[in-house]
Design a protein around this ligand. Structure first.
Ligand SMILES: Nc1ncnc2c1ncn2[C@@H]1O[C@H](COP(=O)(O)OP(=O)(O)OP(=O)(O)O)[C@@H](O)[C@H]1O
Ligand SMILES: [Mg+2]
Length: 615
């Protein structure tokens, strides 16, 4: 034995697979290998310290002297605990660094002659600087690292002696075994500080990098998840709306197909092709795609060249108009003249007809009749209450929910470009801050301009010149003068009692009879009864209330007939009227025959006809 040499002693040696035991560290160690247990027991029994050293290769089960590092830690065995499974739990305390000088033969375990490293003199100031630096780094490191428990971190940072601090800290670093071994082997304290500082900084960088990667991955995952979720939702919504039938591809093909089969103006054709191209590269579910789709659909559903082709027979037209309306000689004639001119010239440049008259005199129904007489389709646009120019001419496509104006919408509905177009109640339009609808109408009605009517939504010229416009109004007062200027006014006067009687007998009674499901002859109104209704139950220039009263009587008779199981005829006389319509609403003026003081009979005229006034 060479035990006498300075700082040299013989210790039982315990190789460790992948642990580096540092001086100043107190830590339990579970030991399973037979030779190691014997070494521990020997040290314990002989009150010896033990030399702990790490294997080069952790997987070697029975290491030979050459398989372990020469530099290790001399440690005290504080306690040994035998565990039921035959292993030992030993509580060890690292004391000093040592280097194996030589191995001593022993058959049960290794014994080694180990030389201790002397405790070296340190440059205080330098170490203090290192210490501060390392403490700060360690604090930061711990803050960003969940692998070091808080209490460990706290106890480490309280250590003051530099040599102890650095070893305890190193033992806690989650670095590779080989790196820890390097720290252990670095005998110079300053160099050791530097090394650990380097390791700790590297670890912090790794942590930061990990954090960044984690955040990135998380973000990507979140975005993927979000996209997936939204797409799924969109799919479900689409399914709900269209029962999953309409694939976006099909929709586009369908539009392209419609474009192929439809004759459009050159300009419109180009526009649709352009928009279709745009649509193909848009995600089909986007809001914009819907807007473009609607726009294309709107253009394609307009009748650009489709028209009713029917040669006008002027005699037949007259017959049809007489079939529909009693009297109205003047308007009918004017209309027939108009039609006659139209058969001779291709395009009428004359003014638009405007039927003006009190309510219920048949203006609207006359327009309808004109359509029938010409064999054209009929469409009606009520301008009552229209106060926004955009209602007539549409909104620009940039507006959300923009739509074409009502003129274009009506044409989409009738599907021909030459209908009879009744612009009803032009006098009920009003202008406000949103623009004057009348000025938009001017363009519609002006034959010079309407060949290139431009709707804001459509943004294309549309030819309205084949449309046969007729307008109606109750009075001229509220029609703007420029508009009146473009129209030929046809006044329809109120009807006389005799006219009304004739209309009732010839038109209203037969019409209501059919509407209410009666056969001819089942109900007979005599003339007196109709006159009674005209005089006592209505007061109007037209015949709307008269028609309504007749309808009401038919309904009451229908009910009476059913409830009483009657099959007999109903003859309505003057006295019978009150039975169905109740007491008269109006008093038909009779001249007071007896003279009375202070009473004068006068005559008056109002919009609803002549009156007798008692003053
Ligand atoms: N000369 C007539 N011959 C037959 N029926 C008529 C005649 N005049 C009016 N009528 C009938 O009276 C009813 C009311 O007519 P219509 O609705 O066309 O009135 P209008 O002049 O348009 O009234 P308003 O100004 O209130 O719109 C319709 O059922 C119509 O068929
Ligand atoms: Mg009307």
């Amino acid at each position: 034995m060479i035990a006498h040499e300075q700082n040299m002693a013989i210790y039982p040696l315990m190789p460790m697979r992948d642990i580096v035991f540092f001086p100043y560290v107190v830590s339990p160690l579970v030991v399973g290998r037979g030779r190691s247990i014997k070494a521990l027991e020997y040290a314990m029994a002989n009150r010896l310290e033990i030399f702990l050293t790490t294997q080069f290769d952790a997987s070697v089960d029975s290491p030979a002297p050459l398989d372990v590092h020469k530099i290790g830690t001399i440690a005290a065995v504080l306690q040994i605990l035998r565990l039921p499974d035959g292993t030992i739990k030993a509580l060890l305390e690292g004391r000093r660094r040592g280097r194996v000088y030589s191995f001593v033969d022993n058959k049960d375990f290794f014994m080694a002659q180990v030389r201790e490293f002397p405790v070296e003199a340190v440059d205080e100031f330098q170490i203090v600087a290192y210490q501060r630096n390392l403490q700060a780094s360690f604090k930061k490191y711990v803050a960003g690292n969940k692998n070091i428990a808080n209490d460990v971190a706290a106890s480490v940072s309280k250590i003051i002696p530099p040599a102890k601090f650095i070893d305890v800290l190193a033992s806690h670093l989650p670095v590779k075994t080989a790196e820890k071994q390097t720290v252990l082997q670095t005998i110079d304290l300053a160099a050791r500080y530097e090394l650990v500082l380097e390791l700790i900084n590297r670890e912090m960088e790794i942590i930061a990098l990990e954090g960044a990667i984690h955040a990135k991955v998380k973000k990507r995952l979140a975005k993927n998840q979000r996209d997936y979720y939204l797409n799924e939702q969109m799919r479900v919504i689409k399914e709900e709306i269209g029962n999953g039938r309409d694939e976006p591809g099909n929709e586009l093909d369908e539009l392209a197909e419609r474009l192929k089969n439809k004759k459009l103006s050159q300009e419109a054709n180009e526009k649709v092709e352009h928009e279709l191209k745009k649509l193909r590269i848009m995600p089909s579910s986007s809001a914009e795609a819907t807007v473009v789709h609607n726009y294309i659909d709107c253009i394609l559903s307009l009748p650009w060249y489709h028209k009713t082709r029917k040669k006008l027979d002027i005699n037949k037209a007259e017959k049809i108009m007489d079939e529909d309306h009693f009297g109205l000689r003047n308007p009918k004639e004017r209309i027939l003249e108009y039609l006659a001119v139209q058969t001779q010239v291709k395009r009428i440049n004359g003014p638009i007809l405007c039927l003006v008259g009190p309510p219920g005199v048949g203006k609207t129904s006359l327009c309808k009749s004109v359509a029938r007489a010409m064999g054209r389709k009929f469409t009606r646009l009520s301008l009552g209450g229209v106060r926004d120019e955009a209602e007539i001419r549409g909104h620009r496509r940039t507006y959300i929910g923009a739509m074409p104006g009502r003129i274009i919408q009506s044409l989409q509905k009738v599907k021909v470009n030459n209908p009879v177009f009744c612009l009803d109640e032009v006098d009920k339009m009003s202008a406000d801050f949103r623009g004057d609808p009348a000025s938009a109408l001017l363009e519609v009605l002006d034959p010079e301009q309407n060949a290139a009517f431009s709707d804001h939504y459509l943004d294309l010229d549309y030819d309205l010149s084949d449309v046969f416009f007729i307008t109606t109004a109750n009075s001229l007062h509220n029609i703007p003068v420029p508009l009146q200027d473009r129209m030929e006014i046809i006044t329809i006067e109120g009807y006389t009692e005799e006219d009304k009687l004739a209309i009732a007998r010839g038109f209203l009674v037969p019409k209501q009879m059919k509407t209410n499901g009666f056969q001819a002859g089942e109900v007979i109104f005599n003339s007196d009864s109709i006159m009674e209704i005209i005089r006592q139950y209505t007061r109007e220039a037209g015949v709307r209330n008269l028609e309504r009263s007749i309808a009401s009587m038919y309904r009451k008779i229908a009910r009476h007939r059913l409830q009483n199981n009657k099959t007999t005829r109903y003859r309505i006389t003057r006295r019978g009227v009150a039975k169905y319509l109740g007491t008269p609403t109006y008093r038909f003026g009779m001249v007071e025959e007896k003279d009375a003081t202070g009473l004068v009979n006068g005559l008056a005229w109002t919009a609803v006809g002549g009156e007798i006034l008692q003053i």
